[in-house]
Design a binder for this molecule. Structure first.
Ligand code: DX5
Ligand code: ZN
Length: 223
């Protein structure tokens, strides 16, 4: 699997996104993780289509990996297509229409992911694994950046790697929450290939942080 770094803009400074992106989105960083929060599925509220449209203009080549922490996301599929999302990931816990929503995202011309929160078992999504491009395993309770990784969530990544082989599928496995340089080796060994990092990148030396993550990912790929 391709190793992909997806900096999470939730931890960027919203008053100067352009400057923060100029440091983080260096050559080799092809994805941006975009956390949409509605104040219902999670208590926090982040941003929505108007902000994402601006980001799309700022970063025309970047793959926008949109993580929908939103109740019943089927209502908004067209809006997110129109503002420039490349991939829309929906939470299994956020809808009673999981399959219909997955099909709607694909029909709108985007890639589609399914996400599970820490308390949700892999078995809740096995029925849809053959229909998604990516599985997002939340390694913190969704809602806020800057939390600590919950170790048992890595077991679900290992389970998804085993299932992928057994079922002959190709989905990417994304980990989101609490990933730092000092736990990156363990995270990579679990089998995740799309690595989200928010506070570990958008604090202090942003360019240096992104470069250090990239270097580790590239070294891992070479192994
Ligand atoms: C949390 C978000 C994450 C968050 C990760 O609900 O889904 O994408 O930005 O931030 P860190 O890397 O700081 O845990
Ligand atoms: Zn996220």
């Amino acid at each position: 699997m391709e190793m992909i770094l997806a900096p999470s803009m939730l931890s960027a400074n919203f008053a100067h996104l352009g400057e923060d992106f100029a440091q983080a989105m260096q050559p080799g960083v092809k994805w941006l993780h975009v956390d949409v929060m509605d104040g219902h599925f999670v208590p926090n509220i982040s941003f929505g289509p108007p902000v994402i449209s601006s980001v799309r203009k700022l970063l025309p080549e970047t793959f926008l990996d949109v993580h929908m922490m939103v109740e019943e996301p089927l209502r908004f599929v067209e809006d997110y297509k129109n503002c420039g999302a490349d991939l829309l990931t929906i939470h299994a816990e956020a809808t009673v229409h999981l399959e219909e929503t997955i099909e709607a995202v694909r029909a709108a011309g985007m890639k589609v992911g399914v996400a599970i929160s820490p308390a949700t078992p892999v078995e809740d999504i096995t029925a849809v694994l053959s229909r998604v491009d990516m599985v997002l395993v939340m390694s913190v309770v969704p809602g806020y950046g800057g939390q600590s990784l919950i170790p048992h969530t890595l077991d679900k990544i290992r389970e998804l790697v085993t299932l992928r082989k057994k079922l002959g599928l190709k989905y990417d496995i994304e980990i989101d929450g609490g990933v730092k340089l000092d736990n990156l080796d363990t995270v990579l060994e679990s089998g995740a290939n799309v690595i989200v990092a928010g506070s570990a990148i958008f604090s202090g030396d942003i360019a240096g942080n992104a470069a250090a993550f990239l270097e580790k990912l590239q070294a891992y790929k070479a192994v």
